[in-house]
Write a protein that binds this ligand. Structure first.
Ligand SMILES: Cc1cc2nc3c(=O)[nH]c(=O)nc-3n(C[C@H](O)[C@H](O)[C@H](O)COP(=O)(O)OP(=O)(O)OC[C@H]3O[C@@H](n4cnc5c(N)ncnc54)[C@H](O)[C@@H]3O)c2cc1C
Length: 322
């Protein structure tokens, strides 16, 4: 498909079964809802389960070990330089979330990517109003312990950053479409984090080591907004009270469709990033297609809408549903 509008949800349902460790409904981190119409993830317990499954398939996992950059020989990747040394390899998948564009920029690869800051909170266990509720005011997900995770629908903070300025043109259609949903500001993201345009040396600590976890402080005003909205909708849930809150960056591509693609300019390098707010749900499909590409297998879904070159080959970019 060239240039047409697409959406994450419609395109990432593999035609072949997922490998066993990605059949998430079977993992302990998920609980089937009472109506069996959806599964409810427990974000804290799911990644360890996936890691455990990956290990069984031969993966080795290195935590607290930032990838500083790529080792490239004659246009072909020959290794990854990490803070703990070089890992020799002929294939690399960059799945660095909101950091993907910054990581690739060091190797003259341009990935248009922007982030908005989002705040979410968790209540204490509350009366059951359903597993997943979405209204124009709020999105509520009931957790396994009966508490609710709540975010304000369509509200986020867009911080002006050097990377944002660099990619203002490809993001203009999305910006216009989502203008009412974002609050624009300037904050720390201008000076630190994935959206600055700084450079680093592979033999010295990098921004990935300075900010190991990209978790900005939750926005107190946003928490108050969420609670006002929820109190009007579900007073019993608001009455349960807030147990915790957290902030995060949601990374986007200009058309709100992930990039799952080879990097044309460096042999052996692939990208799976730009999940545009759906990476938790679409992650298994994204990972499956990325694995197909890296392994050179027949692709489980048509990879064309996810190719990186759509931003440079004069395709018409339309903002997908998200
Ligand atoms: C508040 C909030 C609510 C959300 N709600 C939903 C939802 O309801 N449903 C949904 O589907 N999605 C949701 N999302 C979006 C979802 O979390 C993301 O789309 C998803 O996490 C993106 O996955 P990823 O693997 O691309 O990136 P990440 O989850 O960010 O993973 C990338 C990882 O790479 C690491 N990394 C980066 N650079 C390096 C490096 N150089 N070396 C080593 N490691 C590196 C990072 O530390 C990180 O651990 C939400 C996001 C936020 C912030």
């Amino acid at each position: 498909m060239r240039g047409g509008s697409t959406s994450i949800r419609g395109c990432l349902l593999p035609t072949r079964p997922l490998p066993p460790f990605l059949r998430l409904e079977a993992a302990n981190g998920w609980a089937a809802s009472t109506r069996q119409t959806m599964a409810r993830p427990s974000p804290g317990s799911l990644p360890p389960r996936i890691a455990e499954g990956a290990r069984k398939h031969g993966a080795t996992i290195h935590q607290n070990c930032a990838a500083r950059g790529l080792d490239i020989t004659n246009g072909q990747v020959s290794g990854v330089v990490t803070e703990k040394g070089l890992i020799r390899t002929s294939a690399v998948l960059c799945a660095a979330g909101a950091w993907a564009s910054a990581f690739l920029r060091m190797h003259a690869v341009s990935l248009p990517q922007a982030s908005v800051r989002q705040t979410t909170l968790r209540t204490a266990p509350a009366p059951d109003f359903g597993g997943a509720i979405y209204t124009s005011d709020g999105a509520l997900t009931r957790r396994i312990d009966g508490s609710y995770t709540i975010a304000a629908s369509g509200r986020a903070t867009l911080e002006i950053t050097p990377q944002g300025i660099r990619y203002v043109r490809p993001f203009l259609p999305m910006f216009i479409k989502r203008l009412k949903a974002v609050e624009i500001g300037i904050g720390r993201s201008f000076f630190e984090g994935p959206q600055t345009l700084g450079r680093w040396h592979l033999d010295r600590p990098t921004p990935f080591e300075r900010i190991r976890v990209l978790d900005p402080a939750p926005d107190k005003r946003m928490i108050a907004t969420i609670m006002t909205r929820i109190r009007a909708l579900f007073p019993a849930i608001a009455d349960a009270g807030i147990v915790s809150s957290w902030g995060g960056h949601i990374d986007f591509t200009p058309d709100a469709v992930p990039v799952i693609s080879a990097v044309d300019s460096i042999g052996g390098v692939f990208v799976a990033a730009g999940c545009s707010g759906h990476g938790f749900g679409a992650g298994p499909g994204i990972g499956h297609l990325a694995a197909d590409l890296v392994a050179g297998d027949a692709a489980s879904v048509d990879p064309t809408p996810f190719r990186m070159s759509r931003f440079t080959d004069r395709s018409q970019i339309e903002v997908g549903a998200f």
